[in-house]
Design a protein around this ligand. Structure first.
Ligand code: ADP
Ligand code: ZN
Length: 292
């Protein structure tokens, strides 16, 4: 029996198939273009495994509809990516492949991946952020996603602009929210070069660390999770995580006793595989649950 995973990102899709123990059998990746073109690639990949495929887990860019009683459950809804607005993602998969589909956000999937197979193993509560093209956040508590009328949109929390930062933020909805101030494109627009081309001692990293530390501060006081995992392209700067830990400690001022910061604030153990691993684990879960 095989499980399928689809990490549907705004920039690229990653599809994978695993065996029953979630060992990867095959994985492919391609750019996100139009729904028609991209879904043909997705379906062509999974059709090869249709005989053995028991279920698929999808972690999608969003916002998405996760309300099971909604007429548009399984749709990507109000995304800024116009071609994908109101796209029936789950319906398209179900029709073509006739297997159960687990459906959540891309960042929830990555959070679940770390929860089952990364730094979250053995813990009850994990919060995961990705700081990349956008900023997204997800939370798992006792194996379930934290959600209400919809999924969280933690990447758009409001922050205080840093004293030394004149950039007003580039979120089309909120200007200076976390994503508008700290995502990769905000760095590039502010400084005229890509984040990966700044030197490790560029003074901007203090400002970036301050924004991420505000996010960690808010997250700590809202959820008191056992761990906060910080992933995405921008966190690939090795000097950034220590700066975030320091800035967070400076802000919190010992108000609550968190776990030791070197264990509390981590980059993902699964690195770029957190999302796909989470999707595969969600596929397995939905298949196992349907049999119970
Ligand atoms: P996505 O969010 O599209 O899934 P990434 O998480 O790789 O993909 O995020 C891409 C963003 O991260 C870009 O804005 C890019 O400039 C930035 N980025 C990628 N690699 C690095 C790096 N090594 N250092 C700093 N920024 C990076
Ligand atoms: Zn915003």
């Amino acid at each position: 029996m095989y499980y399928g995973g689809i990490e549907a990102g705004g920039t690229k899709f990653v599809c994978g198939v695993s065996d029953n123990e979630l060992n990867l059998v095959e994985r492919i990746s391609f750019p996100t273009t139009t729904p028609t073109e991209t879904m043909i690639q997705v379906l062509t990949f999974f059709k090869k495994y249709q005989e053995e495929l028991a279920g698929i887990g999808v972690g999608s860019f969003g916002p998405i509809d996760i309300q099971t009683d909604s007429l548009t459950y399984g749709y990507i809804t109000t995304t800024p990516k116009v071609a994908w607005q109101n796209y029936d993602f789950v319906g398209t998969l179900k029709k073509a492949l006739e297997v159960p589909i687990a459906w959540t956000t891309d960042v929830n999937a990555a959070c679940f991946g770390e929860y089952v197979a990364g730094h979250g193993q053995g813990l009850k509560s994990v919060v995961y952020y990705t700081i990349g093209t956008g900023v997204g956040g997800g939370a798992v508590l006792n194996g379930r996603f934290v959600e209400g009328f919809s999924h969280p949109e933690m990447g758009h929390m409001l922050l205080q602009r840093h004293q030394k930062d004149a950039y007003l933020g580039n979120c089309p909805f909120h200007g200076e929210c976390l994503e508008g101030l700290a995502a990769g494109p905000a760095i590039e627009k502010r400084l005229g070069k890509k984040a990966q081309n700044l030197t490790a001692n560029d003074p901007f990293w203090q400002i970036e660390a301050d924004y991420i530390a505000q996010c960690v501060y808010n997250t700590t006081l809202l959820y008191a999770p056992e761990i906060i995992i910080l992933g995405g392209g921008v966190m690939k700067q090795p000097q950034l995580l220590p700066l975030v830990r320091q800035a967070f400690a400076d802000k919190l001022k010992g108000y609550v006793a968190t776990p030791e910061l070197s264990a509390y604030l981590k980059t993902p153990a699964l690195e770029d595989d957190a999302g796909l691993t989470g999707c595969l684990a969600l596929a397995k879960e939905i298949v196992v649950c349907q049999k119970l």
